[in-house]
Design a protein around this ligand. Structure first.
Ligand code: SAH
Ligand code: SF4
Ligand code: F3S
Length: 488
C-alpha cells in the first residue's frame, strides 16, 4: 500500500536512494520543489492533460501517472493542451499509431507559442524501436519518451529532463521489477482496475501485445488482496481484475495459485460489492473457474470471451489453441453453470472478433457468423485485421483484399447488432441493481449506471447517488442501452 507518511518523511537533501519505491518518492519530492519554482516563473498553476488510448491496462497506468503528477503539483484539465501533455499510447492496430502522429503535429504549433510546455509519450507504441526512432528524428520537440516497463519512474524521468533541459528517451526492452506502493488516483472514486498480472505469453500470431508488454508476470495474491482491501476502505465497491489472460494467473508464481482461487479470495473481501475481470482466454478457462464464477456472489454476470474467429483453420493460424467446436462447448458449459442472472436466463457474453486475417476465405468467415449466431453475444467488438510489423501474421501470404474485408466487416456488424438489440430488448421492463456511475455526458439531468451484466442505463436522479447500487427499472431498451427510472 502507498504510505503517504513514508513519502513525507523521506529526506531529499542527499543522493537519491537506490531502492524502490523510495527512489521514486525522492524524485517526486524533488519535482515538487521544482514545480513550485516553475509555477512562480510562468505565473500560473501548472496544468496537465493526460490522453489515454488502448485498453484497461493503459487506463490503469494512466491512473498511476496522474497520481504522481498531481503530487508534483500539476492540476488535470480537460483541454488537450496544458503545461504537461502526456499521451499513453496503444499500438494494437495501425490506426492507433496514426492518431498519435496527427496529435503531435497539432501540439507542435502550441509548443511554439508556449515554450515551457512539456510533451511526453509513453506506453505500448513506445516499445517499438522504429516508432521511437521516427520521433527522435522528426518530432524533436517531444521532451519525454518512455515505455510500458518504466511507467513508475515518471518522476525520475521528468526530473532528469528538467535538469538536463534536453529530451529524455528511456525505453526498456523488458520489465525489471514490479514496483508497487506508489500513489494511485482513481477516475471514479467507487470503482477501479487492479492489475493481477502483467504481460502476455500467448503470442497470438496477429498480436503485438506480447512484444510491447513483455512476458507474463503475476502479482502475489496477498499483495492483490491487501490492495483491494485498502481500496474498499477508501470507498471502492467494484474492482476489475486486469490481465491480458487472467485465466493463466498465478501459474508462474513460486507457490502457484489458480485464478479461480484468487477470485474466491477476492469474493470474501467485506464491503466489496462487484467483481469483474478482463480478459479471459478461452484456451485457459477451466471448469474450476466456471464453478468459482457461479459460486462467488460478487462476480458480475458478464464474461468477455474473445473469439477472434469462428474458423478452426484460422484459429490455428492465429495460434489461439482452441477450435470452433471447443469454443462452443466451453460456452455451453459456462451457461449451464451460470444461470444465476436473476432476470435473463443466462450470463452475458461479449467478445472480440477480427475480420480479414490473412487467408480468411468466405467459408471461414461464414464460420465466424455461425458462432455469432449460436452464441448470441450481448455485444461484440469487431476489428478489421491490422498488420503489425514483427508479428508472424504480418509475413503470411494471402492478405485479404480491403474491399472483401470491408464487406465482411459490415455483414458481421449487422449480425452482431441485430442480436444485441434483441437481447437488450428481452429484459425490458425488469427492475435490476444498477451501480450509479456518473452524470450523463449528453444530458446533465440524467445519471448513467451499469447493470451487473455491464449494460448501460440512463435515468433521472440526483448526483448524490453516484457510487451507490440501486434498483432501476429498465423502462425502454434503445438497442444497446436502456432508459430507466429508479424504483423507490
Ligand atoms: N488479451 C486480450 C486482448 C488484447 S488486444 C485477448 O487475448 O483477448 C484486444 C483485441 O484487439 C483482441 O482481442 C483482438 O481482437 C484485437 N486485435 C489484436 N491484434 C489485432 C490486430 N493485429 N488487428 C486487429 N485486431 C487486433
Ligand atoms: Fe494478444 Fe493473444 Fe496475448 Fe491477447 S492473448 S494479448 S490477443 S497475444
Ligand atoms: Fe493497446 Fe497496449 Fe492495451 S497495445 S490494447 S494499450 S496492452
Amino acid at each position: 500500500m502507498f504510505d503517504y507518511e513514508r513519502l513525507e518523511a523521506l529526506s531529499i537533501e542527499g543522493e537519491a536512494p537506490q531502492s524502490e519505491p523510495e527512489r521514486q518518492y525522492y524524485f517526486m519530492k524533488k519535482c515538487r520543489q521544482w514545480a513550485e519554482e516553475e509555477k512562480e516563473r510562468i505565473g500560473h498553476p501548472l496544468t496537465m492533460s493526460i490522453q489515454t488510448l488502448g485498453c484497461q491496462m493503459n487506463a490503469k497506468d494512466s491512473e498511476k501517472m496522474t497520481a504522481i503528477l498531481e503530487y508534483i503539483g500539476y492540476k488535470e484539465v480537460e483541454e488537450p493542451v496544458a503545461d504537461f501533455v502526456l499521451y499513453n499510447t496503444c499500438t494494437v492496430r495501425e490506426n492507433a499509431n496514426l492518431k498519435i502522429y496527427g496529435r503531435l503535429g497539432y501540439l507542435k504549433n502550441h509548443k511554439k507559442k508556449n515554450p515551457s510546455m512539456r510533451i511526453a509519450l509513453c506506453g505500448c507504441m513506445m516499445q517499438e524501436a522504429d516508432e521511437v526512432e521516427r520521433i527522435r528524428k522528426s518530432y524533436s520537440f517531444v521532451d519525454l519518451v518512455f515505455g510500458t516497463h518504466n511507467i513508475y519512474k515518471l518522476a525520475e524521468l521528468l526530473y532528469t529532463q528538467v535538469q538536463s533541459a534536453r529530451p529524455v528517451m528511456d525505453v526498456w526492452k523488458e520489465a525489471k521489477e514490479i514496483v508497487e506502493d506508489l500513489p494511485g488516483k482513481r477516475k471514479y472514486p467507487f470503482k477501479t482496475g487492479v492489475n493481477i498480472m502483467y504481460g502476455c505469453n500467448n503470442f497470438c500470431s496477429y498480436c503485438i501485445v506480447p512484444y510491447v508488454r513483455g512476458r507474463e508476470r503475476s502479482r502475489e495474491p496477498e499483495d492483490i488482496i491487501s490492495e483491494i482491501k485498502g481500496l474498499v476502505a477508501d470507498g471502492v465497491v467494484e474492482v476489475m481484475l486486469l490481465g491480458q489472460n487472467v485465466n493463466s494467473y498465478g501459474k508462474t508464481l513460486e507457490n502457484p495459485v489458480t485464478f479461480a482461487n484468487l477470485l474466491r479470495q477476492v469474493n470474501e473481501i467485506e464491503g466489496l460489492k462487484r467483481i469483474r475481470f478482463m480478459t479471459s482466454h478461452p484456451k485457459d478457462l477451466s471448469d474450476e473457474l466456471i464453478e468459482a464464477m457461479a459460486e462467488c456472489d460478487k462476480v458480475c454476470t458478464h464474461l468477455h470471451l474473445p473469439l477472434q474467429s469462428g474458423s478452426t483453420e484460422i484459429l490455428k493460424k492465429m495460434n489461439r489453441k482452441y477450435t470452433k467446436e471447443s469454443y462452443l462447448s466451453l460456452v455451453e458449459r459456462i451457461r449451464e453453470k451460470n444461470p444465476k442472472l436473476s432476470l435473463t436466463t443466462d450470463i452475458s457474453l461479449t467478445t472480440d472478433i477480427i475480420v480479414g486475417f490473412p487467408g480468411e476465405t468466405e467459408e471461414d468467415f461464414e464460420d465466424t457468423l455461425d458462432v455469432v449466431r449460436k452464441v448470441r453475444y450481448d455485444s461484440a467488438y469487431t476489428f478489421i485485421y491490422s498488420k503489425r510489423t514483427g508479428t508472424p501474421a504480418a509475413a503470411m501470404e494471402n492478405q485479404v483484399p480491403e474491399e472483401v474485408v470491408k464487406e465482411r466487416f459490415d455483414r458481421l456488424l449487422h449480425e452482431v447488432q441485430g442480436i444485441s438489440t434483441e437481447i437488450t430488448k428481452s429484459i425490458e421492463g425488469e427492475t435490476v441493481p444498477v451501480l450509479v456511475e456518473e452524470i450523463n455526458t449528453q444530458n446533465e439531468e440524467l445519471l448513467t449506471g451499469r447493470l451487473s451484466n455491464n449494460a448501460v442505463v440512463h435515468f433521472p436522479g440526483d448526483v448524490s447517488l453516484i457510487g451507490e447500487i440501486l434498483p432501476v427499472k429498465l423502462v425502454e431498451s434503445k438497442g444497446f442501452y436502456y432508459m430507466g427510472e429508479i424504483v423507490k
